[in-house]
Structures are given as structure tokens and as C-alpha cells.
Ligand binder design. Structure first.
Ligand code: GLU
Length: 256
């Protein structure tokens, strides 16, 4: 059984106007259902709670950044997870929500409990849908973003592969807007790509290519294959599984 952690960023799940992109979520669920049918064990790390909540509610007075995160994630996470629930249900697939914080990754009972919880979900065919518990995360102790969270989950759950889906095809040899650049297809164990990494951030989520690169490097160094690919490309997950050579992405070869 191949265990795979799929991280989907807010930019993949929301439209340009910041609304939840139901068609996109539905297509991801279709692909995950396909993977499950083909005997993959899937853990989904999904962002989008804050972006979803922001769309739902017009606030009449100024909120500070912590209040915004708490309010919008509380509303948005419900909406997001309900959508996943309904869509997976169409396939007869059960999903369960796992909300976590950085403190839960310190060695100890909470870490072990969390791991155990996700193992029992997977053993029973349930897809864990993971996000940071933004309602209670303390700013200083937050994950840098869900890229970091997905890397910790992949290591904790001893996944074979971590797939980071964003709105870009992979890591480019320069500015993706220039015509003479290309996607770096394979990154050898231990190889550094620092010179190619742009520090600009995504608009909807907290991550960016810098954080994806750091997560990918660390996770591949821990012996897990990492793929950075474009979640907006139709059937990307199925294509990565069935015809990886023809599918544009960046792969970090795991350290043995
Ligand atoms: N946990 C945040 C959310 O669901 C996203 C964090 C990130 O953008 O990586 O809205």
C-alpha cells in the first residue's frame, strides 16, 4: 500500500476573487477517490479555511490579524469540511477532520495520540483531512504555513510521497513569467536549489515557493519523495501516478 500526503494550498481552492472554487475542490475529490480505488492511502492537508470564512462574513468593524484568523477560520473550516464531506460521500468514502497545532508535534503523548488517531482512520478507510487549528493557534507558535504542516504529517505518518499542490508547475530555473525558463524536473538527494527560489508569497495563503522548497528539502532528506505540482492542471494527481514522465512537476529524490 502506498501512503501519500497531498497538500492543497488556498490558491488552488479559491477563485481569483477569493471564493471557494467548488469545481476545483470537486475535481480534487474525484482524483483522490481514483487514488483510493487504486490502493493508495491518502492523507489530505487542506488550506482554505481563512479564505473561505472571509468570503462568508462582512465584518462591520476593524479586526486585528489574530481576530480575523480566529473568526474566519472558525466559519470557513466548517464550510470547507462540509464540502469535502458531501463530495467524498458521493463515492461512499468517509473523511474525518484533524485539526492540529505546532505544539502537537513536540515529542510526547499528544504527538503519539495524533499519530495513532490518523493510523486508525486510515486502517478503517477514512481519509484524514488535516488543517491547522487556526482558532486556537498562538501567533508565535503557528506553523509557518501548511507546507510545513504537511511535511511534519508526512514524516510522522511515514508517507512514501508528499505532493505539494500549488498554482505553479514546479520550481523554475528563473522567474516563471520569463519565456526562457523551465521547470526543474528532478532534484537529487542533498542538491541545493537556493539560487532558483523566489521569495514572493502566494496571495490567498501563507506559503510561497521558499517555504515549499524548504519543506521539500527537509522531507526528502528524511527519505520521503516530494513532488511540487500545479493543482490547477486537470487530473494532475492521476497523471502524476500514471504517467509521471509526461507530467510537468518538480520531484525531490528521497535520501536513502
Ligand atoms: N491554515 C490556513 C487556512 O486553512 C492556511 C495556511 C496556509 O496558507 O498555509 O486558511
Amino acid at each position: 500500500m502506498r501512503r501519500i500526503v497531498i497538500k492543497v494550498g488556498s490558491n488552488v481552492l479559491t477563485t481569483d476573487k477569493g471564493k471557494l472554487d467548488i469545481t476545483r475542490v470537486s475535481s480534487l475529490v474525484d482524483q483522490i477517490a481514483w487514488l483510493k480505488e487504486h490502493r493508495y492511502e491518502v492523507i489530505l492537508v487542506s488550506s482554505g479555511a481563512v479564505a473561505c470564512g472571509r468570503q462568508e462574513l462582512k465584518v462591520e468593524y476593524a479586526l486585528d490579524s489574530v481576530e480575523q484568523r480566529q473568526l474566519f477560520s472558525a466559519i470557513g473550516q466548517v464550510k470547507l469540511v462540509n464540502l469535502y464531506y458531501d463530495l467524498f460521500r458521493e463515492y461512499g468514502i468517509h473523511m474525518g477532520q484533524v485539526l492540529t497545532t505546532k505544539e502537537n508535534f513536540q515529542p510526547g503523548d499528544q504527538y503519539e495520540n495524533q499519530r495513532q488517531c490518523m493510523e486508525v482512520m486510515i486502517d478503517n478507510g477514512v481519509i484524514p483531512v488535516v488543517n491547522e487549528n487556526d482558532t486556537v493557534s498562538i501567533t508565535e507558535l503557528m506553523f509557518t504555513d501548511n507546507d510545513e504542516l504537511s511535511g511534519l504529517i508526512a514524516r510522522m505518518m511515514k508517507a512514501e510521497t508528499l505532493v505539494l499542490l500549488s498554482n505553479i508547475d514546479g520550481i523554475y530555473t528563473g522567474n516563471p513569467d520569463d519565456s526562457d525558463v523551465e521547470v526543474i524536473r528532478s532534484v537529487k538527494a542533498g542538491e541545493s536549489l537556493e539560487q532558483y527560489i523566489q521569495s514572493s508569497k502566494s496571495s490567498a495563503g501563507r506559503g510561497g515557493m521558499e517555504s515549499k522548497y524548504h519543506t521539500a528539502r527537509t522531507v526528502a532528506d528524511a527519505g520521503i519523495k516530494v513532488i511540487i505540482a500545479n493543482g490547477n492542471t486537470p487530473d494532475i494527481l492521476i497523471n502524476l501516478a500514471t504517467k509521471p514522465e509526461e507530467t510537468i512537476h518538480t520531484e525531490f529524490v528521497p535520501k536513502c
